[in-house]
Ligand binder design. Structure first.
Ligand code: SAM
Length: 209
C-alpha cells in the first residue's frame, strides 16, 4: 500500500510539465503536483490548504532564503515553500523516509535551483548534527509538547540572526499553546500571525535578547 502511494506521487510528478518558477504564485504544474500529494495523503498529515497558502506567503514576503523544517512527510509544505522561492536552501527532517525520501527526490528534479537536504532520523538526534544557519524554522513533526519544547531549543542554535522566524504547526493540538507561550517568553515578539482555519499554524518573528 505504501509502495503504491509513493509510486502514485512519483507518477503524478513525472507526467507534469516543468515548473514555471514564479514568485508567490502556484503555477498549474505546481497545483498538479500538489493534487497528487493530496490524493495519496489518506492520513491527512500534510498541511491544510490554508496553512499551505500561509507558508507560501511567508517565504515569499519575508524573504527567507533558507528554511529548516521538522516533518517532511509527502513534501507538501516543502513544495509550497519551494514554489514561493525556487532558490530556497532547505533542510527537512523526518524519521520515516518511506514517503519523504521519494518526495524529496521528485522535488529536487522540479526545483533544480534549490538546495534541498533531506535528513532521515529523529529530530532530536539530527538537529545537533546540523551546522548551517537558517532564516526560518517550520516545526511540523510530532506535535508532542515536551518534544516541541526540546526541538525549539535545538533550532534556536541554528538561527541566522537574533530576529528568529518560526512557523509552528497544529498549534491547537493538546498542550502546544503552552509551548508557544514559553517560546514567546524567550524574546520580544515582533510579529505574530495565526490564520483562522482548522489545523492552523502560527507564525512568529521574535527578537532574541
Ligand atoms: C504532519 S506530518 C508533516 C507534514 C508536512 N510538513 C507537510 O506539510 O506535508 C509529520 C511528519 O513528522 C514526522 N515526525 C514525527 N515525529 C518526528 C520526529 N521526532 N523527528 C522527525 N520527524 C518526525 C512524521 O514521520 C511525519 O512524516
Amino acid at each position: 500500500m505504501r509502495f503504491f502511494a509513493v509510486a502514485m506521487l512519483l507518477i503524478v510528478a513525472a507526467v507534469a510539465a516543468p515548473v514555471a518558477q514564479s514568485r508567490g504564485v502556484l503555477t498549474p504544474h505546481t497545483e498538479s503536483v500538489l493534487r497528487g500529494i493530496k490524493a495519496v495523503d489518506k492520513g491527512q498529515l500534510a498541511v491544510s490548504e490554508e496553512d499551505g497558502r500561509f507558508l507560501r506567503v511567508l517565504v515569499a514576503t519575508r524573504g527567507a532564503k533558507s528554511v529548516l523544517e521538522i516533518g517532511t512527510y509527502l513534501g507538501h509544505s516543502l513544495l509550497i515553500m519551494l514554489a514561493a522561492n525556487p532558490k530556497l536552501r532547505v533542510t527537512t527532517i523526518d524519521l520515516d523516509k518511506t514517503y519523504a525520501g521519494p518526495a524529496v527526490e521528485v522535488l529536487k528534479r522540479h526545483f533544480p535551483k534549490a538546495q534541498i537536504d533531506f535528513r532521515h532520523g529523529h529530530s532530536l538526534n539530527v538537529l545537533p548534527q546540523i551546522t548551517e544557519a537558517y532564516d526560518l524554522f517550520h516545526i511540523d513533526g510530532t506535535h508532542e509538547p515536551h518534544q516541541v519544547a526540546k526541538e525549539w531549543k535545538a533550532l534556536l542554535a541554528r538561527r541566522s540572526s537574533d530576529l528568529v522566524k518560526v512557523v509552528i504547526d497544529d498549534v491547537d493540538a493538546d498542550g502546544i499553546w503552552t509551548v508557544v507561550d514559553q517560546i514567546k517568553g524567550g524574546g520580544r515578539v515582533v510579529e505574530e500571525e495565526v490564520p483562522n482555519c482548522r489545523w492552523r499554524n502560527a507564525y512568529y518573528a521574535m527578537q532574541i535578547t
